[in-house]
Design a protein around this ligand. Structure first.
Ligand SMILES: [Zn+2]
Ligand SMILES: [Zn+2]
Length: 252
């Protein structure tokens, strides 16, 4: 139960939100209508990917984005569900503003895209939802972890009558790394992220099915590294979901 002070703070936040909406109405990024960042009509028009690829080789179409048979033995990750296409202008625009312009309010419409994808595929229900963590230095600089907002929203809305558990303090980003976006090469990204994560409570993840959540992925290095650490620490199965996968230049 929220305390009186929490209620007052929530109300103040809402009043501030209403006031801002009246004086500075937000226009839909898709059509310009004064109906919030992504209006209902544009939200419904966002296409969920109609097929998923093995996240490791990115060549084989697999059900629900599972890792293909040939890649299975070398993947700690069981599958990656990519909700929409980064080629869709509304998706890339919204993700960009969310990630680089720190517009927190976009977490709700962006989570909707992931929710729609999870519901249209048959991703196994997780025991725990985990956002890809940020290093504390980066978290302080950004002010919020965009993946955490998506994970919390997802946990609240995935099931109709119950809330899934979000674990934010088990998987820790213990090493500060260069932003993956600044590295263009797949191998550089793998090296950069290697051993960047640690687990601080093994009992919490033992034999659990975990769903990792991130905004976008490119090479998948960060997600695979998190999955490797979690699997090694005793998790049963690790799946991941992202809004979209950005293309990168594969080395030939
Ligand atoms: Zn619109
Ligand atoms: Zn494969």
């Amino acid at each position: 139960m929220p305390t009186l002070w929490t209620k007052i703070l929530i109300n103040l936040k809402n009043i501030r939100g209403y006031a801002l909406d009246i004086f500075f109405p937000i226009n839909c990024l898709g059509c310009g209508a004064e109906e919030g960042w992504i209006c209902e009509t544009c939200s419904q028009k966002i296409k969920i990917r109609d097929q998923q690829l093995c996240p490791l080789c990115e060549k084989i179409i697999t059900p629900d984005g599972q890792v293909c048979f040939a890649c299975k033995h070398k993947s700690p990750l069981s599958g990656l569900l990519v909700a929409a296409s980064y080629q869709e202008p509304l998706v890339s625009k919204a993700v960009h503003l969310f990630k680089y312009r720190f517009i927190e309010e976009l977490s709700a419409p962006l989570t909707k895209i992931i929710l729609k994808a999870i519901r249209s595929y048959e991703l196994p229900l997780p025991d725990l939802i985990m956002p890809i963590p940020l290093h504390t230095k980066r978290l302080h600089w950004r002010g919020f972890n965009q993946s955490s907002l998506l994970a919390k929203n997802l946990a609240e809305n995935l099931l109709p009558n119950s809330q899934l558990e979000v674990c934010e303090d088990i998987l820790i980003r213990s090493r500060h790394t260069l932003p993956q976006m600044s590295l263009k090469d797949h191998q550089q990204r793998n090296r950069n992220i290697q051993n960047a994560f640690t687990i601080n409570d093994f009992s919490k993840i033992k034999d659990k099915r975990i769903l990792l959540v991130d905004d976008i992925t490119t090479t998948g290095s960060t997600i695979f590294e998190c999955a490797r650490v979690l699997k090694k620490a005793g998790a049963k199965e690790i799946y991941a979901t992202v809004i979209a996968r950005q293309e990168y230049k594969k080395k030939s």
